[in-house]
Structure formats: C-alpha cells, structure tokens
Design a protein around this ligand. Structure first.
Ligand SMILES: NC(=O)c1ccc[n+]([C@@H]2O[C@H](COP(=O)([O-])OP(=O)(O)OC[C@H]3O[C@@H](n4cnc5c(N)ncnc54)[C@H](OP(=O)(O)O)[C@@H]3O)[C@@H](O)[C@H]2O)c1
Length: 331
C-alpha cells in the first residue's frame, strides 16, 4: 500500500510502497480517510525523542486517523466493518500517513457524527492532550482560573473550549491576529504574546497549560496561586515522567537536570510543575466525540492537504502559522 515514510532520523518524508500491517486479534483495520498532522511527527522525524521513543525504519509517520473499519481481529466485539472511527494509535504502532492502519481496539472510538472526517482526524492527539491536562491531571472545576498558552494552535484551540466547558475562567496567549478567534472559542482574556507580558497581567491562576516551554514555562509559574499547577507539554521532562514510563536511571538523571530550574522555581512558590506526554485512550475519545456532538467542542481545521502532499503538510504544520490543525486527506 501507499505510505509516507522516513528511512532514518532527520531524513525527508517520502512516499513508498509498504507491506500491509498484520491485523492482530485486538486490532481494528482502518481505511484512512484523513490523518491529522502533529508537531510530534516532526519530532519523531528529527529523532528528538529517540532517547525514549526509538523506532525502526522505514517508519510510516502519522499519529491521528479518522476512517472506516475494513476488518477486525478475533477479540474485537465493539467495532465492525463499515463503522466510522477515529484514533491516536499507540507509540510504536503509529503510521496513519498510509492507506490503511491496524490500531489496537483500546485506542479506537466511534468518530463524532456531527463533523466530517477531516475534523474528526484533527482531534485525537490534541483533544486527548487537552483532556489529560485539564481533566485527568488538572481536575479543573467550575470557577477555577486556567491559562492556556498558544490558544490558536492545535492543542490550545481545543483546550480553551474544554476549559470553558468545565466552567473555568480562561486566559490565553496568541499572536495578535488570533485574539478575536480565541475569544470566539471561549477565552475570557486573550493576550498578544508579542506585545503583552502575561506574567505582569495575570495572577492567582489555578492551572497553566504550557505548550511553549523554556522561559515561557518558567514565567508561567509566577501567575499561579499557591498550590496551583503548571502542566508542560513541550518540556522539560521530569524524573517523575521518566519513572512513569520506566526509563533507566541515566535518563532519569538527565530529565532531572533538564527540569531542575523550573522545579526549583515551582517549589519556591509553593506550586507544582508536571510534564505531560499524552497517551492514547479510546474511552476518553468516546467522551470527546460526545462533547463534539453535543456542540461543546468544535474541531478547528486550518489547512488540508491531499495525500500526495504529505511532506508539504508536515512542513506547513512545522513552519506556517495554521489556526488549529493541519490535516492530510486520505489516498
Ligand atoms: N507532550 C505532549 O503530549 C504533547 C501533545 C501535543 C502537543 N505537544 C507539543 O505542544 C506544542 C504545541 O502543539 P500544537 O499542536 O498546539 O502546535 P501548533 O498547532 O503549532 O500551535 C502552537 C501555537 O503556539 C503559538 N505560539 C508560538 N509561540 C508562542 C508564545 N511564545 N506564546 C504563546 N503562544 C505561542 C503559535 O502561535 P503563532 O503561530 O501565531 O505564533 C501557535 O498557535 C508543540 O511543541 C507540540 O509538539 C506535546
């Protein structure tokens, strides 16, 4: 089948004929109708995550899929051929930039019925990230104050809507042209990160979701109330994360060094810093689909590309300022 692969870290994405993936007992074989493009695809391509997420080559990229079930393994009872589903396949089984992909049933859910396949494919990775940050880790409740950086991006555009749905007061940072857009998504306060200093303007926040990292994360600590939490998704990773995914002591030490400054600042101010690396979860995707169909979450697709332009789609997600998500349409 046709797929877009890399032959080694740092090598360009290119089309190749690859063999069909075997469909295991717990697998759902999906005809890819659309595949969301994520920063993670580019980070995998460059080898940035090779220390803890090592792949063999040729490697088909792609972490998000929406499409139709073609067949199911012997142990699958919840899905049948013809079902329209969406998923974020688990690590080491990625590869949605292809005509078909076999995904473990635990990672799959019925797609929302009120939106098209491009919109559905835009959701899994970013919506699961927002859910795991705000609901699972942050336990955001009505009336809390939440700051979401990068509100017009893939994660931010869903996180604003989810935080609002949870009843939070939402502040966000964007570049100037996106201020009205994020207000429409539900942000109460929208700050232009190029001209305004969020750390000077905001205080007493319960939670910050930081997708920018580095100094932006360290300054985010200042806007939290005592007992508040900063959740970083762009790093730095922490020793707790290394333990959680079973990394060796050497990597734990490295992650400890990388996150020392921000953890020290957090401790001094009586707040917590956590690194989140999202995980696939079909059950959470079911809830997310229900929220989309109830009108609480609206997928934001800023750009679509035909299948044969997968390299351009990856470059667009990396370099162009796309509101919401970039989506690759199926072959
Ligand atoms: N750890 C995890 O599980 C996980 C999951 C998902 C994503 N991520 C990471 O999180 C980051 C965001 O992901 P995404 O999919 O939302 O990316 P995205 O769609 O490219 O969005 C990034 C957004 O951040 C904005 N931005 C850039 N610099 C900023 C700054 N200094 N302050 C505030 N906003 C700024 C950009 O706005 P302009 O374009 O207008 O500058 C853009 O709207 C990526 O690095 C991604 O790899 C991690």
């Amino acid at each position: 089948m046709r797929a877009f692969v890399i032959d080694a870290y740092k090598k360009p994405l290119h089309e190749a004929a690859v063999s069909e993936t075997a469909v295991g007992d717990d697998d759902v074989l999906i005809a890819v109708a659309a595949a969301g493009v994520n920063g993670l695809d580019e980070r995998i391509r460059t080898g940035a995550f090779a220390a803890f997420l090592r792949y063999r080559f040729p490697l088909t990229l792609g972490h998000d899929v929406a499409g139709t079930v073609l067949s199911v393994g012997a142990q699958v009872t919840s899905f049948a051929p013809g079902d329209v589903v969406y998923a974020r396949p688990r690590d080491h089984r990625i590869g949605t930039f292809a005509e078909r992909i076999a995904v473990d049933q635990a990672d799959v859910a019925f797609a929302p019925t009120s939106v098209g396949v491009a919109e559905a494919a835009s959701l899994p990775l970013v919506a699961l990230t927002a859910w795991q940050a705000l609901v699972e880790r942050g336990k955001v409740t009505a009336g809390q104050k939440v700051l979401i950086h990068g509100g017009a991006g893939g994660v931010g555009s869903i996180a604003i809507q989810l935080a609002r749905h949870l009843g939070a007061h939402v502040a966000t940072t964007v570049s100037g042209a996106d201020v009205d857009f994020v207000r429409e998504l539900g942000a109460d306060i929208a700050l232009d990160y190029r001209t305004q200093d969020f750390a000077a303007e905001l205080s007493d926040y319960d939670l910050v979701l930081d997708s920018v990292g580095a100094e932006n994360l360290e300054r985010s600590i200042q806007v939290l109330r005592r007992g508040g939490t900063a959740i970083g998704i762009s790093g730095p990773p922490t020793p707790a994360f290394a333990r959680q995914i079973g990394l060796n002591p050497a990597l734990r030490l490295i992650f400890g060094a990388l996150s020392r400054t921000v953890r020290a600042r957090a401790k001094k101010r009586g707040v917590t810093y956590e690194f989140l690396f999202m995980r696939p979860d079909g059950a959470q995707l079911r809830t997310i689909a229900d929220l989309v169909d109830a009108g609480a979450l609206r997928p934001v697709v800023g750009a679509t590309f035909p299948f044969d332009q997968a390299p351009e789609a990856l470059a667009a997600a990396r370099t162009r300022s796309v509101r919401g998500k970039t989506v690759l349409l199926g072959a």
